[in-house]
Design a protein around this ligand. Structure first.
Ligand SMILES: Nc1ncnc2c1ncn2[C@@H]1O[C@H](COP(=O)(O)OP(=O)(O)OP(=O)(O)O)[C@@H](O)[C@H]1O
Length: 781
């Protein structure tokens, strides 16, 4: 009930915002000159901001030159402060010149607040208007105007010229709605390019008020920014949404980072966008804490590429790693997809047992030697078959990772040889016996035959080698007895024979790394530091601590754990993938976003169990996003028919806009390829941006050939690759084929049908049993 109420109110507030803007539109007709004037007002402000930044840059440059001239004077603190200032100014200039087209993007005009306190960003902190801020006759004065941008800029008196979008004072820009406006009277989105303001769009939060700014009535321009943003054509990369983040999204972005922030929402509700903006917000809010790094786990390399530009556009890059689930393990990159049945076996918890057996079994995979012969103390000593097996068995009785058990095995071999030599029995003096034993060990271990034996009998295993050993069906059958059925063994073994790793193999490699362990390597000798020699420090401090910089570099290279982990499309992670991701955030806080209705994993209960294990007992804060910003109502309605089949009872998010264009149905009478090409060309004519053609996974190559020569605005995708992406128009090819691909096929089809921002065409083949209007069986009422 509560969730329903929350949902209704979020939809209402978006619609109210839209209505408010259209009401504002009435004022706006034939007021082009007002628009021009308002653009001029914002241009003047932007000019001031740039002038201020230039001043800061000059200051910084002066400081830099000055510092160079004077050499190392001043206290270390002052020098550090100077460096920091030079650095900050440089970063700002660089960003302004190179990256931010719309550096300044928002403005709010506020009523007088309840108290007069100013926050650290120079703005008043009150959220609610003071009593009497609105006069009895319904008029009011604007008491404060704040400009919002990608970074904050203060004027020479420390008054805010631009507030960073992540600062608390900027929150009303996102949170205010006509239902709950707080102090905000007008919210303005400013569109600019370089140093030029191109346009403004206003939303009126208190349309009932007659508000004055410096004695003049507050003008309101345009149709509202959200609709303008949603209607724009899509390119090959996602844009940030800083200028139009909605209230329910803002709550997630700014949620305190304690423990786990858990977000569910249907297609197009902005989960990916929110996840990215949250990363930027967390860094802004506590940069020191997140110096440990933020990891964003994305389902596919395509989605990584699509979203990669968003964080730099928000001014963040270095601390955030966006990685596809198939490239989380360094040095391994998944290039192929497994068939659904193989993926299902590899992703399931059952695989854990198989891997544990395989890791131990792989020690013997390459026909290890069956006899150890050494000469020690002038005698020939031998260990054979049963003795060696017993030693291996005892060594493997330990719980440590297999590679770390090697020293134990080595010790057991030496014990056995020592016993055989009978030398221990000849000396009763324990000190003498110990000495003798140690020289015995030295003798034996220096022998080439012993070293060669140990390497062959207990080789140091790599995850890749174990996985390769599992490609042998007979062997895998042994290791997977009573865990996988014979059909699964055959298919998994066959899949491992192929070149290149699959997406699901990556989680197995990571698990194997944990099972095998990495033996300690002797530390590389540090190169001598001339300064140490000069001062003789080397002698005083034989074990030199790493410098802070060295440590930072080493951690960056070795980083496998993060301070915050964000999982996008979390519904798709298999249990084995949850284990892999969990290992990277053992001490982290988490943001997990997903939609169960879009899950391509066949056993959601098993995945939920694995997720809970990865997240541990950390408390969770749950959020729900309820408004679909991507699909027009016409497409959302068609998709909801599949949702009803895929997850009966699940509620689809409400679409915020409609285009009046109904989905189109085409039947492939003259060959699938021909119809797909024709329909794709038709869509290319109708939209300015991208067209995505979604086919069943095994038709990907074929579809690429069908579309050859149509240009780079159109792309062919397998159903699983469409995750998270969006296109101006989508062509879904044979819903039945996609639905029949796997046990989760209907949910995958739901994903395919929800990718379009403007137009959707569905092409049916025979299997789809289209009716007279071409509507396939699965999409009929
Ligand atoms: N507040 C907003 N202002 C403007 N555009 C928005 C807003 N919220 C979301 N969008 C846009 O809506 C589209 C869908 O967003 P996003 O891909 O983040 O949704 P999602 O919930 O991850 O979808 P899916 O589950 O289907 O992958 C994107 O183009 C995004 O930019």
């Amino acid at each position: 009930m509560a969730a329903q109420a929350q949902h209704d109110s979020a939809v209402e507030s978006v619609h109210d915002a839209i209505d408010g803007a259209s009401r504002a539109d009435v004022h706006d007709h034939a007021h082009d000159s007002v628009r021009e004037r308002e653009i001029g007002v914002e241009q003047a402000h932007l000019d001031r901001v740039y002038r201020r930044l230039e001043e800061k840059i000059h200051e910084a440059e002066f400081l830099m030159r000055d510092a160079a001239r004077r050499g190392q004077v001043g206290t270390p603190g002052a020098l550090a402060e100077r460096d920091a200032q030079v650095f900050r100014a440089g970063v700002h200039l660089n960003r302004l010149n190179n990256e931010f087209e719309d550096f300044l993007f928002g403005r709010i005009d506020l009523l007088r607040g309840k108290d007069g306190k100013k926050g650290p960003d120079g703005a008043y902190t009150a959220v609610e208007p003071a009593e009497g801020a609105v006069r009895e006759d319904g008029t009011a004065d604007i008491a404060e105007t704040l400009h919002i941008g990608r970074i904050g800029v203060l004027d020479e008196d420390y008054a805010p010229l631009v507030i960073d979008w992540r600062a608390p004072a900027a929150a009303p820009f996102y949170r205010s709605t006509p239902v709950d406006p707080g102090r905000v009277v007008r919210r303005r989105v400013i569109r600019s390019k370089g140093r030029r303001v191109l346009g403004v769009e206003d939303d009126l939060m208190r349309p009932e008020l007659k508000a004055f700014l410096d004695g003049d009535e507050l003008p309101v321009i345009g149709d509202g920014a959200l609709m303008a943003a949603l209607g724009r054509a899509r390119g090959h990369t996602m844009r940030d949404i800083v200028a139009s983040i909605q209230a329910e999204q803002d709550l997630v972005i700014r949620a305190p980072a304690a423990s786990v922030t858990y977000v569910e929402g249907g297609p197009g509700t902005g989960k990916t966008a929110v996840a990215l903006h949250r990363a930027a917000y967390l860094l802004y809010q506590d940069r020191r804490r997140y110096a440990g790094g933020i990891l964003i786990v994305s389902p596919t390399p395509l989605l990584v590429a699509y979203t990669e530009g968003v964080l730099p556009s928000l001014g963040e890059e270095g601390q955030v790693a966006i990685r596809a689930i198939g490239s989380l393990v360094d040095g391994a990159e998944a290039t192929v997809y497994d068939t659904p049945s193989v993926a299902r076996a590899k992703g399931s918890y059952r695989m854990l047992k198989v891997l544990r057996k395989a890791a131990r079994g792989a020690l013997e995979a390459n026909e290890p030697p069956t006899r150890l012969r050494v000469v020690a103390f002038g005698r020939r000593l031998e260990l054979e078959g049963a003795e060696l097996d017993r030693i291996r068995h005892t060594a493997l009785g330990g719980t440590a990772p297999v590679n770390l058990l090697r020293p134990r095995a080595r010790k057991l071999l030496l014990d056995a040889l020592w016993a055989k030599s009978g030398a221990g029995a000849r000396h009763t003096d324990p000190e003498l016996a110990a000495e003798l034993r140690s020289s015995f060990d030295e003798d034996v271990t220096a022998e080439d035959s012993f070293i060669a034996f140990l390497d062959a009998w207990w080789p140091e295993l790599t995850p890749g080698a174990v996985l390769a050993a599992m490609a042998d069906e007979r062997r895998l059958g042994r290791w997977a007895r009573r865990i996988l059925n014979p059909g699964e063994v055959r298919r998994v073994a066959r899949s491992l024979k192929r070149d290149g790793h699959s997406v699901h193999d990556i989680a197995l490699l990571d698990e194997l790394q944990a099972i095998l362990g990495t033996p300690a390597r002797p530390r590389r000798k540090r190169e001598l530091d001339p300064l140490d020699q000069l001062t003789g420090l080397e002698e005083l401090m034989p074990v030199r601590e790493e410098s802070q910089r060295e440590r930072a570099e080493r951690l960056a290279q070795e980083r496998t754990e993060y301070a915050h982990v964000i999982v996008d499309e979390a519904q798709d992670l298999t249990p084995m993938q949850w284990r892999m991701v969990g290992r990277r955030g053992r001490h982290a806080t988490w943001t997990v976003v997903g939609d169960p209705a879009q899950s391509s994993w066949s056993d959601p209960d098993e995945a939920a169990e694995a997720r809970d294990e990865a997240l541990g007992s950390r408390p969770r804060r749950r959020f729900e996003l309820t408004v679909n910003y991507r699909n027009p109502a016409e497409i959302a309605e068609l998709a909801s028919k599949v949702l009803a089949l895929a997850m009966p009872g699940a509620k689809a998010p409400s679409a915020v806009r409609s285009t009046g264009v109904e989905p189109r149905f085409a039947v492939a009478d003259g060959g699938l390829g021909h119809t797909v090409r024709e329909e794709a060309a038709r869509l290319l004519d109708r939209v300015d941006g991208t067209v995505g053609v979604v086919v069943a996974m095994n038709r990907r190559e074929e579809a690429r050939r069908w579309l050859a020569g149509l240009g780079d605005r159109v792309v062919a995708l397998g159903s699983l690759e469409a995750k998270g992406l969006e296109y101006d128009a989508t062509l879904v090819v044979s819903p039945a084929e996609i639905a029949d691909e796997s046990p989760a096929g209907l949910r995958v089809l739901y994903v395919a049908l929800t990718r379009a921002t403007q137009q959707l065409t569905v092409v049916s083949g025979e299997r789809d049993q289209p009716d007279a209007s071409g509507v396939p069986d699965l999409l009929r009422d």
